[in-house]
Design a protein around this ligand. Structure first.
Ligand SMILES: [Zn+2]
Length: 127
């Protein structure tokens, strides 16, 4: 029951993460479920990630992880799983909270990514 609630609470973000899945599959990209998380790499997901200013290797949206390629999925798996747990705690509030935390860090003259508490937790627990 608790597992179901965690998936439901994170569902709005998970649905956002699922948007490009069909396109990635049609493009011959990578879509697989690993330990209750859908991992997506290649095709339009690679284009989206490389278009972001910080050019992340991977990004988590609820129970979906996007990565630029399959090796990046493996390399970032532990870190991104910490973000999955954060989505399970914060649900629909995660993205606004994450963005506000980044903004607060930037306004204090700190790094909006590395000093974000959500990232610090992920790097502390998983590297
Ligand atoms: Zn991260």
């Amino acid at each position: 029951m608790l597992v179901l609630l965690r998936y439901l609470w994170a569902l709005p973000n998970t649905l956002l993460g699922l948007v490009p899945v069909l396109i990635v599959q049609l493009q011959g990209g990578h879509v697989r479920r690993v330990e209750g998380v859908i991992e997506v790499a290649g095709g339009v997901v690679t284009l989206l990630l490389t278009a972001l200013p910080i050019k992340p290797l991977a990004m988590t949206l609820g129970h979906v992880v996007w990565a630029i390629d399959e090796p990046a999925l493996v390399r970032t798996r532990e870190h991104e799983r910490v973000h999955v747990r954060q989505y399970e705690r914060w649900g629909p509030l995660f993205l606004p909270a994450y963005l506000l935390a980044s903004l607060a860090m930037k306004l204090r003259g700190r790094d909006a990514y590395r000093d974000n508490p959500f990232e610090r937790e992920a790097y502390n627990k998983a590297g």
